[in-house]
Design a protein around this ligand. Structure first.
Ligand code: CU
Length: 178
């Protein structure tokens, strides 16, 4: 009797194993998603003394087959991290928090850059200095947390597309220097 039960249990686990082996392409969802987000060119711009927020920029690629969503993050240098977009309203560039996060399409990428989508480091605890490296953890709806580091660049660093729209500049960010 006991033998039979043991044998049945053995068979049961064998079947379970077989079932697992048959589905190698369906590991835990978080595992799949975590490896599908790739961050490149992660950087931030140096801030002036007293400037309480700074932008972080990067390219976020999603190599997965499902869309993902950047929802927030954290860093030791700021009180909180928000996801912002920038829009033109009556000739003035305005930042707005994306309450629902930023979608990263499947097999696609989104570039966060000055004048466009960006990660906002709010309530800075210290100025960001050129040459520093700032740790940043980003949170994705599907991929979970992804660790990265921001290279802090000179305040004069501008994406080329910001240079020809002079009127945008004063409104784009808190002025870097008095
Ligand atoms: Cu912002």
């Amino acid at each position: 009797m006991i033998r039979t039960a043991f044998a049945a249990a053995l068979i049961g686990s064998t079947i379970l194993l077989a079932a697992c082996n048959q589905a190698p392409e369906a590991p835990a969802a978080t595992e799949t998603a975590a490896s599908s987000i790739v961050l490149t060119d992660t950087w931030s711009r140096e801030t002036a003394e007293g400037q309480n927020a700074g932008g972080a920029f990067m390219t976020i690629a999603n190599t997965g087959t499902a869309a993902d969503r950047l929802t927030g993050g954290s860093t030791p240098v700021a009180g909180r991290v928000e996801i912002h977009t920038m829009t033109m309203e009556n000739d003035v560039m305005r930042m707005r928090q994306l309450e629902d996060g930023l979608e990263i399409p499947a097999s696609g990428e989104v570039t966060l850059k000055p004048g466009s989508f960006h990660v906002m480091l709010m309530d800075l605890k210290q100025p960001l200095k050129a040459g520093d490296t700032v740790p940043l953890t980003l949170t994705f709806a599907g991929a979970g947390t992804v660790e990265t580091a921001l290279e802090v660049r000179d305040a004069g660093t501008m994406a080329p597309e910001m240079k020809h729209g002079e009127k945008d500049l004063p409104h784009a960010w808190p002025l870097p220097r008095a």
